[in-house]
Design a binder for this molecule. Structure first.
Ligand SMILES: [Zn+2]
Length: 394
């Protein structure tokens, strides 16, 4: 069960953990480092929760000595005593860590954020995984969460992000959105150039295409695929996009190694499944595992480096959940720990039966665990469905 630090503060850790243990859940994934957001929280201390970017513990200062980026302090006591409280209830504790989505750090250090094909740093929320300071921060952050004594460090946003503006009255197609979201900072350009890619041509092509749509050209529709992108933007852009996986693979590898050295295990969660199905539980046709490359996530390469993966199976349809889990396992390797993340209520699950069916489908497809997202966002009666989902699919 995913749990936010605010949930523990609101209801009290003992009450929350008792309730979760009562559902038959075996592990709690607590938001140790989170990003800012405004959420409806049906049973929270307030019914609307404004979260800030923050680390909800005191990071060991020696890990960040000499680094430019350090965690933004959140509720520094949120995780105090949580390990023992979980252990006494037979629950494993996992540390959920948001890495590169951090508006506070990006605002303080704009040079570490992504830069688009026009040379602008329009969104200060996305830290660029190619920037050396960001990479040092990510490794130290992972180490500090692992030192909390968690059995898993669950990594969110440890890859490139897609562009998701709150307002756009320009009919940008999926491929325009994708091109607009590519980072062309100095570090990304250099890494691509080192791999033999003509990075400047790629950047100029992106600016020409996206600029044209912003000036009124008709946008191409249809999903982003390698073939469609090659036809739309040319081989240099596709080569540039694919070169990003080296940046991500090497970073995730460093983070996984650091976590293992601290005696914990990395669970890598790529958010492709969320991009596809977050809004309505009706994901676009391509499976998450097949489209993860767009964010620089090379699952085949990561399968050799990372022990565990989370699949955001944000879908209403049980068959789709099974397909996503199956495709993931084929990419990362059948011996990897693959965890399916399900939403027990709106917009993915309209009944207990549906949640049971999806839990069963995930397990039948080979998922070693099913995680539920997330305690504070879901009404208590809907959370009760988890009891059936776990009891009926043992
Ligand atoms: Zn970059």
């Amino acid at each position: 069960m995913y749990v936010f630090a605010e949930d523990l503060r609101g209801e009290g850790a003992d009450k929350v953990l008792d309730r979760i243990a009562g559902y038959g859940v075996s592990s709690v994934t607590v938001g140790a480092v989170h990003h800012g957001s405004l959420d409806v929280t049906p049973h929270g201390l307030s019914r609307l929760t404004l979260r800030q970017d923050g680390a909800h513990f005191v990071p060991p200062s020696e890990l960040f000595a000499g680094l430019r980026l350090a965690p933004v302090p959140g509720f520094t006591d949120a995780l105090d005593g949580l390990g023992a409280a979980c252990e006494s209830r037979g629950l494993q504790l996992h540390g959920w860590t948001v890495f590169l989505r951090n508006h506070t750090l990006g605002s303080r250090h704009p040079d570490v954020t992504v830069r688009d094909c026009f040379g602008d740093r329009g969104s200060l929320t996305a830290l660029c995984p190619a920037h050396p300071d960001v990479r040092e921060y990510a490794v130290a952050l992972a180490r500090s969460v692992a030192r909390l004594g968690v059995s898993r460090v669950v990594a969110e946003s440890l890859h490139f992000r897609s562009l998701r503006p709150q307002r756009s009255f320009v009919p940008l197609g999926p491929m325009d959105h994708y091109l607009f979201g590519l980072c062309f900072c100095d570090h990304c350009m250099r890494r691509a150039t080192d791999l033999g890619v003509n990075a400047e041509v790629a950047r100029d092509e992106c600016a020409r295409i996206v600029g044209g749509v912003l000036d009124g050209d008709p946008a191409a529709q249809g999903e982003v695929t390698r073939a469609a992108l090659t036809a739309y933007a040319g081989p240099d852009v596709v080569a540039y996009a694919r070169a990003r996986s080296e940046t991500v693979t090497t970073l995730v590898s460093e983070v996984a190694t650091a976590v293992a050295e601290e005696g914990s295990r990395l669970v890598f969660v790529d958010y492709t499944g969320s991009v596809k199905g977050y809004r309505d539980g009706l994901p676009t046709p391509g499976l998450a595992a097949h489209d993860a490359w767009q964010l620089g996530v090379d699952l085949v390469a990561l399968g050799d480096l990372v022990p565990a993966f989370g699949v955001l199976a944000y879908a209403r349809d049980a068959a789709r959940v099974a397909d996503d889990v199956g495709a993931y396992l084929r990419s990362v390797g059948k011996d990897r720990e693959v965890r399916a993340v399900l939403r027990p209520g709106h917009p993915d699950s309209d009944s207990t039966d549906r949640l049971v069916a999806k839990t069963r489908a995930a397990k039948a497809a080979g998922a070693q665990a099913v995680d539920f997202y997330a305690y504070g966002l879901v009404p208590h009666p809907v959370l009760e469905r988890i009891t059936s989902a776990l009891r009926e699919t043992v």
